[in-house]
Ligand binder design. Structure first.
Ligand SMILES: Cc1cc2nc3c(=O)[nH]c(=O)nc-3n(C[C@H](O)[C@H](O)[C@H](O)COP(=O)(O)OP(=O)(O)OC[C@H]3O[C@@H](n4cnc5c(N)ncnc54)[C@H](O)[C@@H]3O)c2cc1C
Length: 456
């Protein structure tokens, strides 16, 4: 009899296995995946993290703060193996009206507990602005700095367009190696006795509404694992696992793409933070290009208004030139198709949009430099909060719907799932992520009027 069977060796399943086997001492954990670990969605991530989350309450902020505490613990215990940094997220705008919006956002985040907001107006009474440390997370400020002084913005972020009128630098944010995090937890879980099985979960037997066995198809044939506990951690395929349990899960998927571009002209400094342009925009085109596009119905969409949120960050250590670039403008819910279909227009579109905030990138439009495109699915709930906890079938649990934050949430999510399964004390944010929250009509009404979901 296996104590726990987990389906999915992405970051969620691995974090669940780590917390069960290593932290809670569960002896007989089996992790089943039909693919190599971390190879479906978890290796497509930008690997960034933030404690910068909107309300309506502080659940996401507290959850991510806990996850970042655990990331820091692992980075310290592993001699910086996961290369956790704390460069911050830099939200930038060229819209004077957004100065007030940024200040409100910073004040709201401070009220929820993200740390103080420091405003830099250039009026002689400013607090000190401490730039991010490119490699280390220790001894860094919390909260955020709002830079409204154009001279200060230009001094620290000279690559941003001169149109930039405000930047909000959220500080308990940065990035790390997600692959190393996965490898670290997987190795530790295996050392604690966890077994990895290469196979496909094809069914869960739950006679009388209680998990009794998990059926697995392997290269060698079929295996039935007798168990009383099953964890669904199947990323974009979670809906299929739900149906195996007779459940329709409240999730959907969006396709998100990214490019890795070789910045051989060195336009983006290697110590830059993650930079996000907060303004909608029309792509910058020359007049003749615009006229030609307007004549071709197949290209008219390139003249339309594009959403805010185009973002980049440098990637790689000393000597690297790579810059990751993302822009979520494909936002319709889709049925996940694997491998994720790539849009050949995406690299040029994202680069063109990026020249709006970093005009120094414009020479690359004449001849697109070497770039690599990949992508995957944000599988999510309507209010963009995860599903972590028991399902309505006894012995079945879920750790999924991790949207665009699964790497950063993995540690606290795995800890929370393991606490549910071992009856350990639950943190205050646990109810916010229970699948059963939707049984409450008042919660469903709240979801309809949610406001910002904090998606990037
Ligand atoms: C472009 C992009 C950028 C992102 N950027 C960030 C970021 O900056 N920071 C961040 O924190 N997150 C980011 N994310 C989100 C993050 O990558 C995901 O939330 C996370 O990887 C989800 O992990 P998972 O373990 O739930 O799913 P997955 O990694 O998809 O793992 C699920 C696993 O389940 C297995 N599986 C499914 N069904 C079965 C079955 N029946 N039998 C056996 N195995 C099965 C699959 O083979 C797979 O290995 C980004 C995502 C994308 C696409």
């Amino acid at each position: 009899m296996t104590e726990v069977v987990i389906c999915g060796a992405g970051i969620a399943g691995i974090a669940a296995a780590y917390h069960l086997a290593v932290k809670q001492g569960v002896r007989d954990v089996v992790l089943v995946d039909e693919r190599p670990p971390m190879s479906l969605t978890s290796d497509k991530s930008t690997e960034a993290y933030r404690n910068w989350w909107p309300g309506p309450d502080d659940a996401m902020l507290r959850f991510m703060d806990r996850s970042i505490d655990l990331l820091e613990e692992i980075d310290a215990a592993s001699d910086h193996r996961i290369r956790l940094n704390r460069r911050g997220y830099l939200y930038a705008t060229g819209d004077p009206a957004k100065r007030a919006t940024f200040q409100e956002t910073g004040e709201r985040a401070a009220a929820l507990g993200a740390g103080p907001l420091r405003i830099h107006r250039g009026d002689g009474h400013d607090p000190v602005y401490t730039p991010g440390n490119a490699e280390d997370w220790r001894d860094q400020p919390t909260g955020a700095d709002l830079l409204l002084d154009p001279a200060l913005i230009r001094r620290h972020f000279p690559y941003l367009t001169e149109q930039t009128v405000a930047v909000l630098h959220a500080r308990r944010c940065g990035w790390f190696s997600g692959q190393q995090l996965g490898a670290y937890m997987l190795e530790a879980a295996r050392a604690a006795g966890m077994r990895l099985v290469n196979g496909r979960v094809t069914g869960v037997d739950a006679p009388g509404g209680r998990v009794a066995a998990v059926r697995v198809a392997t290269v060698g044939g079929a295996e039935t694992l007798a168990t009383g506990a099953f964890v669904a951690a199947a990323g974009p395929l979670s809906g299929d696992l739900g149906r195996m349990l007779g459940l329709e899960l409240p999730i959907f998927s969006e396709l998100h793409l990214k490019i890795a571009l070789e910045d051989r002209l060195g336009v983006i400094p290697r110590d830059a933070p993650l930079v996000i342009w907060e303004d909608e925009q029309f792509l910058p085109w020359e007049a003749e290009e615009r006229a030609a596009l307007a004549e071709d119905p197949a290209s008219a969409h390139l003249l339309a208004r594009f959403p805010a949120g185009v973002h980049f960050r440098p990637e790689g250590g000393h000597g690297a030139q790579t810059v990751l670039m993302l822009w979520a403008y494909h936002l319709a819910p889709v049925a996940p198709v694997l491998p994720a279909p790539l849009d050949p227009e995406f690299p040029e579109t994202v680069l063109r949009g990026m020249t709006t905030l970093a005009p120094g990138l414009a020479p690359y439009l004449a001849r697109l430099p070497k770039s690599y495109m990949d992508g995957g699915y944000y599988t999510k709930t309507q209010e963009n909060r995860p599903l972590i906890g028991p399902l309505p079938v006894a012995g079945a649990y879920i750790f999924a719907a991790l949207s665009g934050y699964g790497l950063m949430a993995a540690c606290a999510g795995g800890e929370l799932l393991a606490a549910h399964m071992t009856a350990a004390p639950l943190p205050a944010y646990a109810p916010a992520f229970l699948p059963s929250r939707y049984d409450d009509p008042a919660y469903r009404r709240k979801v309809e009027q949610w406001g910002s979901t904090g998606q990037l």
